[in-house]
Write a new protein. Structure first.
Length: 534
C-alpha cells in the first residue's frame, strides 16, 4: 500500500485505465477521460468598470437610435456629447491625463457634434458621423497610450484602437455586467423596484380610467398622450438588438484603451520593419515600368493643351458643352489621381533601394507624378468654376470642388515629402482635413447653394434658376428661399415653393418627426408660419 501511494503521489497525471487484451488491442484506450474545457478569459476589472459597462450598453442603444436610424438633430448631438464625456470620464478614472493638444482636440470633437443641430443636411450628418466616432475612439486610446495628436503610422494605430483591440477585449463588457449583478445591493434594489412597478401596472391603469371618467383635465391629458406619434415597436426591437453589441463594443474600446499602459502602441521601428519586408522590387524594374506611364502622360498633356488650357482661359473647346466639359474633367481627375497615388506608393514603399537612402532618380519619378497630378487637379478646378459660372451651384458641384481641393493638398504634401523626410505627413494631412471638413460642415453648403443661385438670378447673370434642384436640398436651402419671397414671386415660383415647403415640413408621423429637431427645420417652420399668417 505504501508503495502504491508513493507511486501515485509521484505521478503528475493519472493515466487512463487499459482494458484487458480480450476486449481490445494491447494498450488500447477504449474509455479515455474527457478533455478539460478551456477556461474563459477573465479580465481584471475595477470597481468603476461595472457601471461603465451598463452605461456603454445604454449608449449603444442611443447611438443606434439617434445616429443610425434618426441622425437628424439635437438628439444626435446629445448622444455624441454623452459618448465623448463618458470616454473622458473613463479616462480620468483610469488614471490617465490628456495633454494640451488632446484637450484642444476634445474641444474640436465637441464642436463637430453640433453639426447635427445646426444643419438639416443628411449628407453632412452622415459625413460627420464617420468623422466623430473614429475621432472619439482615437482620442481615448491616444490619451491612455501617451500619444500626441496623431502618430506617424496613424492609419495602423487607428485600426488597432477601433478594431483589433476591442475585438480582443470584447468579452470584458459582459463579464463586467454579469459580475455587477452578484452580491450587489443596488442591483437588488433595482430588481425590487421593477417588480413593484410590474405588479402595480394593472392597478394603475384601472385608477387612470376612473380618474379620466371623473375629471375632464385627466381625460384631456390622456387624449393628448394618445395623439403623440406611435412608437414603432419593430424599430425599437431592432435598435435594441443591434444596440447591445454596439454598446459592448464601445465598452471594449474604453477597456482596451485603459490597457494601453500594459499593451502600448507598437513603436515606429515595428512598422518600419514591416515596410522593409515589402521593399523587394528592384529599382530598375520600377523605373522601366513607370517610364512609359510618364511619357504617355507627357504626350497626353501636349496633345490636349488646348483642351486643358481652355479652362484657364474661361472658354469652351469647339464642339463641347459645359456639362460634358466639366464631367469629363472630373472622371479623368479621379482615375489619374488614383493611379498616380498608387504608383507613388509603390515607388516609395516597394523599391528595393528606398526609404531614407533612396536614389535621386526615384525622387524624380515621384516628383514628376505629383506635379502632373497637381496640374490635372488645377485644370479640373478651373473647369468646374467655369461650369458653376454658367449653370450655378449644385450639391454635387460643391462637394466635388471640395474633394478636388483636398486631393490637391494630399499631392502637395506628398510632393514636399519627397524633399524632406522630417515632414510629419500624417499630422499635416489630418490637420488640413479637419480644417477643411469644419469649413464644409459649418458653412452649411445647401444654404450657400441657394444663396448663390438666388443672388445670381437677381443680378440677371444666371438665366435658368433650377427651382426643382433647390427644392431637393435640405431645410438649409429652404430657409434662404423663404427669405427671398419677392424674388420668387417675381419669377412666379413662390406658390410652387410653398407647396414644396409644406411637403418638406410634414413632420407628423414615423421617422419624419425627428427631422424637425434641428435649427434649420425650426427656423423654417417659424418662417412659414409668419408667411402664411400675414
Amino acid at each position: 500500500m505504501e508503495d502504491f501511494q508513493s507511486n501515485t503521489a509521484a505521478e503528475p497525471q493519472m493515466t487512463p485505465p487499459v482494458l484487458p487484451d480480450t476486449l481490445g488491442a494491447p494498450g488500447q484506450v477504449l474509455y479515455p477521460y474527457p478533455a478539460a474545457k478551456p477556461e474563459k478569459k477573465k479580465w481584471e476589472l475595477h470597481s468603476f468598470d461595472r457601471p461603465f459597462a451598463w452605461i456603454a450598453v445604454l449608449l449603444g442603444f442611443l447611438l443606434m437610435r439617434y445616429a443610425f436610424f434618426y441622425a437628424d438633430g439635437f438628439f444626435t448631438t446629445g448622444c455624441f456629447l454623452l459618448l465623448y464625456f463618458v470616454s473622458a470620464l473613463y479616462i480620468r478614472f483610469s488614471g490617465c491625463k490628456p495633454t494640451l493638444s488632446q484637450r484642444i482636440f476634445g474641444c474640436v470633437i465637441c464642436a463637430f457634434t453640433f453639426v447635427f443641430s445646426l444643419t438639416a443636411s443628411p449628407l453632412l450628418h452622415g459625413l460627420c458621423f464617420c468623422f466623430l466616432l473614429p475621432a472619439i475612439i482615437w482620442r481615448t486610446h491616444a490619451v491612455c497610450g501617451g500619444k500626441g495628436f496623431v502618430t506617424r503610422f496613424f492609419p495602423f494605430d487607428l485600426g488597432s484602437s477601433g478594431i483589433a483591440k476591442p475585438i480582443q477585449h470584447f468579452t470584458a463588457g459582459p463579464q463586467a455586467m454579469f459580475s455587477s449583478q452578484k452580491n450587489s445591493a443596488a442591483t437588488n434594489t433595482v430588481k425590487h423596484i421593477l417588480i413593484g412597478l410590474l405588479v402595480t401596472i394593472p392597478l394603475t391603469i384601472v385608477v387612470g380610467m376612473l380618474l379620466a371618467s371623473a375629471d375632464s383635465g385627466i381625460a384631456d391629458m390622456f387624449e393628448f398622450l394618445s395623439d403623440l406619434p406611435d412608437i414603432e415597436i419593430g424599430e425599437i426591437f431592432w435598435q435594441v438588438v443591434f444596440g447591445i453589441p454596439l454598446g459592448i463594443w464601445l465598452f471594449a474600446i474604453l477597456y482596451s484603451a485603459a490597457k494601453r499602459k500594459e499593451q502600448p502602441f507598437p513603436v515606429d521601428a515595428f512598422y518600419e520593419g514591416k515596410l522593409a519586408a515589402l521593399r523587394m522590387i528592384p529599382n530598375a524594374g520600377l523605373y522601366a515600368g513607370v517610364t512609359p506611364i510618364c511619357l504617355l502622360y507627357l504626350a497626353y498633356v501636349i496633345s490636349q493643351t488646348n483642351y486643358f488650357l481652355s479652362a484657364f482661359a474661361g472658354r469652351l473647346p469647339e464642339g463641347m458643352i459645359y456639362s460634358e466639359y466639366a464631367r469629363r474633367g472630373f472622371f479623368e481627375l479621379c482615375a489619374i489621381a488614383v493611379i498616380n497615388l498608387l504608383v507613388i506608393l509603390v515607388l516609395t514603399g516597394c523599391a528595393k533601394k528606398g526609404g531614407a537612402d533612396r536614389p535621386k532618380l526615384l525622387t524624380v519619378y515621384a516628383v514628376t507624378l505629383c506635379i502632373f497630378t497637381l496640374f490635372i487637379i488645377a485644370t479640373a478646378l478651373a473647369k468646374m468654376v467655369l461650369y458653376i459660372h454658367a449653370y450655378g451651384m449644385t450639391q454635387l458641384r460643391i462637394f466635388t470642388t471640395w474633394f478636388m481641393v483636398l486631393l490637391a493638398v494630399v499631392f502637395l504634401v506628398l510632393l514636399l515629402r519627397q524633399f524632406t523626410a522630417k515632414l510629419p505627413t500624417a499630422a499635416v494631412l489630418t490637420g488640413v482635413f479637419i480644417v477643411m471638413f469644419a469649413g464644409l460642415c459649418f458653412s452649411r453648403p445647401d444654404a450657400r447653394i441657394a444663396e448663390y443661385n438666388l443672388r445670381r438670378c437677381a443680378e440677371g447673370t444666371l438665366k435658368d434658376m433650377d427651382i426643382d434642384m433647390l427644392c431637393d436640398l435640405s431645410e438649409d436651402a429652404y430657409n434662404i428661399m423663404a427669405q427671398n419671397r419677392e424674388l420668387l414671386e417675381q419669377e412666379g415660383l413662390w406658390d410652387y415653393f410653398l407647396e414644396k415647403a409644406e411637403m418638406k415640413t410634414d413632420y407628423e408621423y414615423g421617422s419624419d418627426q425627428y427631422r424637425k429637431w434641428n435649427m434649420s427645420a425650426q427656423i423654417l417652420l417659424q418662417q412659414l408660419h409668419t408667411d402664411t399668417t400675414r
